[in-house]
Each structure stands twice: as structure tokens, then as C-alpha cells.
Design a protein around this ligand. Sequence first.
Ligand SMILES: [Zn+2]
Ligand SMILES: [Zn+2]
Length: 138
Amino acid sequence: MIKTCEICGNEFEINSKQKYCPVCKERVVTEYEKILTRQRKKSTECLICGASMENSHSMHACSPKCQKILNALTAEFRKKRYADRRAKKSMPHYRKNGKKMSRLGRHIEEARAMGMQYGEYMGWRYMQKKQENQTMAD
Ligand SMILES: [Zn+2]
Ligand SMILES: [Zn+2]
């Protein structure tokens, strides 16, 4: 079916619910990716309509309307990026938000990974340390 792109106003043919033409989508996602990966500076122009956003507090769009379009266009990309980052940060001492855990948090996490209660785990650690020290003393 023929649709009119809500960004550039050109007509395009598509068989899904997509409201934006492939050209606009490609352009916006590419620009957005460049900014996120720091290949270029944050734009002072709206990624969607090109309006100046010097006075905007938003990151990449000039208005809530453009922001909504941007969100729709970059949803796939952000999902993928988020999954990649999560995979990288699946180390036990990282939380989902990427912040480093406290020492206690790390111990609890390690205990859980070994199927122990925190108390048990600390006892086990203590024994390990003790054994190590003994070996060294010998
Ligand atoms: Zn378009
Ligand atoms: Zn805009």
C-alpha cells in the first residue's frame, strides 16, 4: 500500500504499519548510531525534522512529537544495542545498570552463583584463606 512519510512527506510503498519511508528511517538510525557511538558530536539540529534545537533539553529531537518518531525509528536499534551491552556486562560483579557492585554485593552474588548462603560462603572463604596461609607457612 502507498503511504505518505510523516517525516519527509514523500510517498512510499510498504506492507507494514510503518509510517516513515525507508530513506528517513535509514538516515535517522544512521545519524543516531553515529552520535551514540561518538563518531560525531551531538547534533544541534533535530534528527527528525532538522529544526534547530539549541534551546532544547532533549538529546536528539526538537519536540515531543519528533522524540516519539525518533523512539519509534530507533527502537530496534536500541534493543539490539542494549542486548549487546547486557551480554558484555553479564559478569557477576556488574549490575544491570552497569554500576559496580559493592564488595558485599559481589560476595552475595558469588555465594549465589555457588549455591551457598552468604554466611556459608564467607565461612568457606575463611577456610580457603586459612588453608592458603597454612600452605604458605609450610
Ligand atoms: Zn521520509
Ligand atoms: Zn524536530
